[in-house]
Design a protein around this ligand. Sequence first.
Ligand code: ATP
Ligand code: MG
Length: 224
Amino acid sequence: MSFEIHRGEFVGLIGPNGAGKTTIFNMISGLEKPSSGSIRFNGQDITGMKPFKIVNLGIARTFQIVRYFRYMTLLDNVVVPCLSKRSRKASKQYGVEEYASTILASTGLVDKARIPPIILPHGDLRKLQISKALGTNPQFLLLDEPFSGLSHEEQEGITDLINKLHDDGVTVFMTGHVLRELMHLVPRVIAMHQGKYIAEGPPQEVANNKIVLEAYLGRGEGFA
Ligand SMILES: Nc1ncnc2c1ncn2[C@@H]1O[C@H](COP(=O)(O)OP(=O)(O)OP(=O)(O)O)[C@@H](O)[C@H]1O
Ligand SMILES: [Mg+2]
């Protein structure tokens, strides 16, 4: 698997269930160590680096299955990443809570800042994940299946949010196993299957690629 993403890009990573998308994200974010090969960020080799070091270089990620601190308020959930070394530099002129509040305002959750996440609907939990990632002041944001489990309406809210982040200059790399979700969102997709790169290009083109079609249709999923 070999590919490049340039600063400011908005790229999708597609592939049927089990293709290896999350594994790629785990390796970029330092949760898993590749058995061979290398990962470079801004010219620096980050292969096998500890996750917190990778975060401090400017890479943040969200998880396919939402993760959060269950018994802390939304605000405190976002304060934690704001304490990262990288974020403290960016938030110096504010207090950390104030900085976290501005993030919650930008993701539409500020009215819920004082409640714990366990009572939130799933769409808000996905927004909270993104807020937590933003707390680290990322340059490169990895979103693992940000639409998973959401209603159509909730998906639209997340789409608007992701578009806004990209417009603000964040480089976005996101996965989706349903091609259609990504189709109208990203100008370029990279397709993988069984741990290997198979194609890349504009979504429409990749969706008509014979190998991609076989990868998806062979399993009877993906275009639904
Ligand atoms: N080096 C490897 N060799 C063989 N199998 C691997 C290797 N690395 C990861 N796997 C396995 O391959 C599968 C890939 O799953 P992964 O979660 O990355 O896929 P995914 O594309 O994110 O799927 P989904 O669409 O369901 O989220 C996992 O079962 C993982 O354990
Ligand atoms: Mg996955």
